[in-house]
Design a protein around this ligand. Structure first.
Ligand SMILES: NC(=O)C1=CN([C@@H]2O[C@H](COP(=O)(O)OP(=O)(O)OC[C@H]3O[C@@H](n4cnc5c(N)ncnc54)[C@H](OP(=O)(O)O)[C@@H]3O)[C@@H](O)[C@H]2O)C=CC1
Ligand SMILES: CCCCCC/C=C/C(=O)O
Length: 506
């Protein structure tokens, strides 16, 4: 029966049944900690629930790790490094990483459906995530073989060489917006460079990384990857404070990033931070409007706006503003908000009720400031989705650039629009936020696009496209959006330290 001919109650029942059946089929058997290749209970014996954001139902209970578990995982990771992984040649590491990619390719559909259950993203987007996860492992498999040092000219009696060596054991903390993809962003370069990892996933979405590790247990030597599920304060903080890790890599809020950096400073640990954003997208009057609308929809509504790179501030030239906003609001209203397990759904629920509240508080700020809501501004008008964490795609105009909804990261499907005539004034405003993660430029003049890209204070600028994340592309922020780069070969370098060897000769 098509969903259009069903009553609200029938649709609700169908969603519930679809999710219950999928959960029974897909939730992994092992929801324990994965340390040294073994599935173990947390030291405290405590667990926490992970819920389906579409139905509110509990999907499973994972182990709430704490500092004792982190200690155990770090020690085990060092044993694995000393006894096994540091003996692996680059070719052997390449084979392991390639097999991880093959596993994801072969199990992509199940992993995608499980990601949709745990995170709420539309299945079509979860499938893209899984293609990327597989491709990232294949990319980093290849990168493991290209790990070269330099020979440095010196005087006639000395030869200087550099070699890139792994740190040994690294700590990695990931968020809930792209759960399995973020684990690949972290594990891929760390393992390629020859490190062992202690990984803490977000408490909201532990399931796909648990299923992945269950599936690749035979591929990974014991202790090379150790997973401690749990809360930020109890498991993440002790990992970032641990004296025996040599590097910490974190993706999440700028607020927590600051505390991670302070902890790293205590131990003089290397650090990579990939933090928040409030990215501008600049539309020039010569832009092809249809392309510009498509790019803008991807930039702000992909993954329900739960994307650090989301293009959440639109700067549209006054000559095309009316036509553009009309096209964009129509496209936003055409998004299919429904059960994310359905192929046709293009906007799913937010990950948690807490995240919905956060988004709604910013919407309220804009309403209090009498901003114009071109579309959206609340929950979608669909009773069948009442149990889920849904927020309608929202487009706000006529809002002050100083408003907190404009200055701060919303991490929801909410876009603010600003009209411009003078390029310099527009650029000043586009750069007038604490963040500097990403930006977009839409124009048919590539020369102008390059000049604009150079003026934007952002680590990544997309021209006539947005949210394209190939594995080889270094990604990371300027200003308070972070330090260092994720993915690409630069990420592998970030997981190594340079040893310089000077050899005397006659
Ligand atoms: N850059 C990005 O991609 C992301 C940005 N954000 C931004 O952050 C906002 C809040 O989201 P939230 O999930 O709370 O983000 P957090 O920064 O709190 O969470 C990210 C990760 O850090 C862990 N964590 C939390 N506190 C600590 C701590 N003190 N020490 C070490 N690790 C910690 C979390 O664990 P736990 O899950 O248990 O809290 C999670 O694994 C979002 O609304 C969004 O604006 C959020 C996620 C991703
Ligand atoms: C179309 C795939 C989008 C991948 C986005 C990766 C985002 C990372 C982040 O939010 O940190």
């Amino acid at each position: 029966m098509s969903t259009e001919s069903q009553t609200t109650e029938e649709r609700q029942d169908a969603i519930e049944q679809r999710h219950t059946e999928a959960a029974e089929e897909l939730v992994p058997d092992n929801l324990k900690l994965y340390i040294g290749g073994e599935w173990v209970d947390s030291a405290s014996g405590e667990t926490f629930e992970t819920r389906d954001p579409t139905t509110g139902e509990v999907l499973g209970e994972a182990q709430a790790g704490n500092s004792e578990d982190i200690d155990r995982a770090v020690e085990t990771a060092w044993d694995a490094y000393d006894e096994t992984w540091s003996d692996y040649s680059a070719a052997e590491r390449q084979r392991v990483l390639a097999q991880l990619g093959n596993y994801v390719e072969e199990n992509a559909e199940d992993l995608a459906r499980l990601e949709t259950l745990d995170n709420g993203k539309p299945i079509s987007e979860a499938r893209v995530d899984m293609q990327l996860v597989a491709d990232h492992y294949h990319y980093f498999a290849a990168a493991a073989r290209t790990h070269e040092g330099r020979t440095i000219p010196s005087d006639e009696t000395s030869q200087i060489e550099t070699v890139r060596e792994p740190y040994g054991v690294v700590g990695q903390i990931i968020p809930w917006n792209f759960p399995l993809l973020m684990s690949a962003w972290k594990l891929g370069p760390a393992l390629a460079a020859g490190n062992c990892s202690v990984l803490k996933p977000a408490e909201e979405t532990p399931l796909t990384v648990l299923k992945f590790l269950e599936g690749v247990d035979d591929i990974l030597p014991d202790g090379v990857v150790n997973l401690v599920t749990g809360f930020g304060r109890e498991a993440g903080e002790p990992l970032s404070q641990h004296p025996d890790i040599r590097k910490i890599a974190f993706t999440g809020s700028t607020e927590v990033g600051r505390s991670i950096m302070a902890n790293a400073a205590e131990n003089i640990h290397d650090i990579t931070l990939e933090l928040g954003g409030k990215s501008p997208v600049v539309v020039f009057p010569d832009a092809d409007i249809e392309t510009a609308v498509d790019v803008m929809v991807t930039s702000i509504y992909h993954n329900t706006g739960e994307c650090c790179s989301a293009g959440s501030r639109l700067f549209v030239h006054s000559d095309v503003k009316d036509e553009f906003l009309e096209g964009l609001s129509a496209a936003a209203e055409d998004l299919v908000i429904d059960d994310p397990l359905l192929d046709e759904t293009t906007l799913g629920p937010k990950v948690t009720d807490e995240q919905v509240q956060r988004t709604m508080e910013y919407i309220q700020e804009a309403q209090d400031a009498d901003a114009e809501f071109v579309t959206g501004g609340g929950a979608p008008d669909d009773e069948a989705l009442a149990d889920g964490n849904f927020v309608a795609p929202t487009l706000i105009d006529d809002i002050d650039h100083d408003n907190p909804a404009v200055q701060e990261e919303i991490f929801g499907p909410v876009l603010e629009s600003f009209e411009w005539d003078d390029y310099d004034e527009m650029m000043e405003q586009a750069n007038d936020v604490d963040y500097g993660l990403a930006a977009g430029v839409i124009t048919s003049d590539l020369g102008k696009a390059y000049d604009t890209a150079k003026d934007l204070e952002a680590g990544n600028v997309w021209i006539n496209q947005y949210n394209d994340f190939p594995a080889g592309m270094p990604f990371g922020g300027y200003k308070e959006s972070g330090i260092g780069r994720e993915i690409g070969f630069e990420a592998v370098e970030h997981y190594t330290q340079t040893k310089t060897i000077s050899i005397a000769h006659d």
